[in-house]
Design a protein. Structure first.
Length: 336
């Protein structure tokens, strides 16, 4: 179906192309209200959408930045997207794509074809060398955050994952827990490996190892599916590597009428906005997601403005948010 052009709008409104262009670009003050109304009505009836590439050619340059995340549904990434959209300057357009490992190359191609001038990767890049060569050849800078914790060759925003895992272990140990389960996703990304390392390292300072290690999918259903093994392990606490899985675990324990934290303490990771609405409210390690998104966007725009800048890295701390889902270990002898 032929794309509606500005010429079609002018013809339908009975005015010149120049008049349509000026009115639709808020420069039509010299036209009467009736003319403006006719143009807007013709535009809406025809469903005309200005061609941004053509507009860029006319010097009203809006920079287009692509952001690739693994999922739009996971609250962590939804918040990243929201924070970028909310902080985008008026001369920058953003386009967001969700992609799996398998569809990542296609996602990159499609964004490059749409004319993105820079990319932000909020998901793991399996074939980094290939992606790097492809983007370098096209002079498209990119920034990595979150799941690409160990790339040092690019602009990056990181959080202190190791410390986050360590905080979770310290918190549970401070409550007297020694039989602590670790629940983590099947496909462990760089940042989650660091989270796990911090947790194991802190356990080891007390000569502890996890009572059990359960791998599942990075989702609420994944958490739910882990509950049987968690109960079987007789752990008194569990560190779960993101809030979504932790929410699934809470649901599964509730189905079995197992009380949190009386029977078992649960700590998650992210502090997405669900955490404080759970029953019980979820103790977790808070990532500054909003700042991560805003900062990542600022940095990649700075890279576009100054291509030869030295490497940019931003490092954010995480923090322990204690709520109802963690409590002192129950003394098996019955006295607290
Ligand atoms: O909830 C999504 C998880 O995957 C977060 O912990 C984030 O760090 C991402 O890696």
């Amino acid at each position: 179906m032929r794309k509606i052009s500005i010429k079609d709008v002018a013809k339908k409104a009975g005015v010149s192309i120049a008049a349509v262009s000026q009115i639709l670009n808020n420069k039509g003050q010299r036209f009467s209200e009736a003319t403006t109304e006719k143009v807007l009505q013709a535009r809406d009836e025809l469903g005309y959408v200005p061609n941004s590439a053509a507009r860029n050619l006319k010097g009203r340059h809006k920079r287009l930045i692509g952001i690739i995340v693994p999922s739009f549904r996971m609250p962590f990434f939804a918040d990243i997207i929201q924070s970028m959209q909310a902080s985008a300057p008026s001369d920058v357009n953003l386009v967001f794509l969700g992609s799996t490992d398998e569809s990542l190359q296609d996602a990159i191609f499609s964004l490059v074809e749409r004319g993105v001038e820079a990319l932000v990767f909020g998901r793991h890049i399996p074939n980094r060398a290939e992606v790097n060569t492809f983007l370098k050849k096209r002079n498209i800078p990119y920034l990595v955050l979150d799941q690409n914790a160990d790339i040092n060759a690019h602009d990056m925003v990181q959080t202190n994952e190791f410390t986050g895992g360590s905080m979770a272990a310290s918190h549970l140990m401070s409550l007297g827990h020694r039989d602590i389960a670790l629940i983590l996703p099947n496909n462990l990304t760089d940042n989650m490996r660091q989270r796990r390392a911090g947790f194991l390292d802190t356990l080891s300072t007390a000569n502890l190892t996890p009572k059990t290690i359960i791998t599942t999918t990075l989702s609420k259903h994944g958490g739910l599916a882990a509950v049987h093994q968690l109960i079987q392990s007789k752990s008194t606490a569990a560190f779960i590597l993101n809030d979504e899985m932790a929410i699934g675990v809470l649901r599964g324990l509730a189905y079995q009428d197992i009380k949190v934290p009386d029977d078992i303490s649960i700590i998650g990771y992210d502090d997405t906005d669900y955490a404080e609405f759970m029953i019980p409210t979820l103790t977790t390690i808070a990532q500054p997601v909003w700042e991560i998104g805003e900062t990542a966007l600022k940095m990649i725009i700075r890279r576009l403005d100054h291509p030869n800048l030295p490497l940019q890295t931003e490092f954010f701390d995480v923090k322990l948010v204690i709520r109802e889902s963690t409590g002192p270990v129950k003394n098996t002898k019955g006295n607290h």
